[in-house]
Design a protein around this ligand. Structure first.
Ligand SMILES: [Cu+2]
Length: 157
C-alpha cells in the first residue's frame, strides 16, 4: 500500500505540470524578479513590488493578484501632485512586448491587507499574478521591514 502511494505521487505531479502549461499564455512570457513586500507595523497594509519582464512578441496585461496569506490584494498606483502623494486603484498594468514594467515604491504596487497569519520580515509569501487572458504566474516574494527601499540582498534571480 505504501509503495503504491509513493508511485502515484510523481504521476500526480506530472499531471499538474501539464495542466499548468496548457493554461500558459501571457504569463508564459513573463519573468518576475526583485519581488519583495514591505511590511508595515500593526494592521497597516503592505506594499508588494516586482519587476516584470515580457520576453514575448505581444504585450501582456497584469489584471490582479492574490495570495493565500493576504485576504485582500489590490493593484494600486501612487503618484505625487503638488507635493501631495496619493494612491489610486488601477484596472491593469501593461507590460510591453520585449519590455518591462516595474512595481516599485512611489509607483505601481500591489496593496495587500488582512494578513492571516501576520507576516513578519523574512517570511516568504507566494503571490499568483493574473493576466488578461486568464494565465497566471506564481511568484515568491521576500518580505522586508518598513525601512526597506528595495528587495535587498535576497534578490530573486
Ligand atoms: Cu496602495
Amino acid at each position: 500500500m505504501i509503495i503504491r502511494t509513493a508511485r502515484a505521487l510523481p504521476l500526480l505531479a506530472t499531471g499538474l505540470l501539464l495542466a499548468t502549461s496548457a493554461h500558459a499564455g501571457e504569463a508564459e512570457h513573463i519573468r518576475a524578479s526583485h519581488a519583495w513586500i514591505r511590511i508595515l507595523p500593526g494592521d497597516l497594509p503592505a506594499g508588494a513590488y516586482v519587476v516584470l519582464e515580457n520576453t514575448g512578441d505581444q504585450p501582456a496585461t497584469l489584471r490582479s493578484a492574490n495570495s493565500t496569506r493576504y485576504g485582500s490584494v489590490m493593484l494600486h498606483k501612487s503618484s505625487s501632485e503638488g507635493g501631495v502623494s496619493r494612491m489610486a486603484m488601477v484596472e491593469s498594468l501593461v507590460i510591453p512586448a520585449h519590455g518591462e514594467a516595474e512595481l516599485a515604491p512611489g509607483g505601481y504596487h500591489l496593496m495587500m491587507g488582512k494578513a492571516n497569519p501576520p507576516v513578519k520580515p523574512g517570511d516568504e509569501v507566494k503571490l499568483t499574478l493574473h493576466f488578461d487572458d486568464g494565465s497566471t504566474l506564481d511568484t515568491d516574494f521576500v518580505t522586508r521591514p518598513a525601512n526597506a527601499t528595495d528587495a535587498g540582498d535576497a534578490h530573486q534571480h
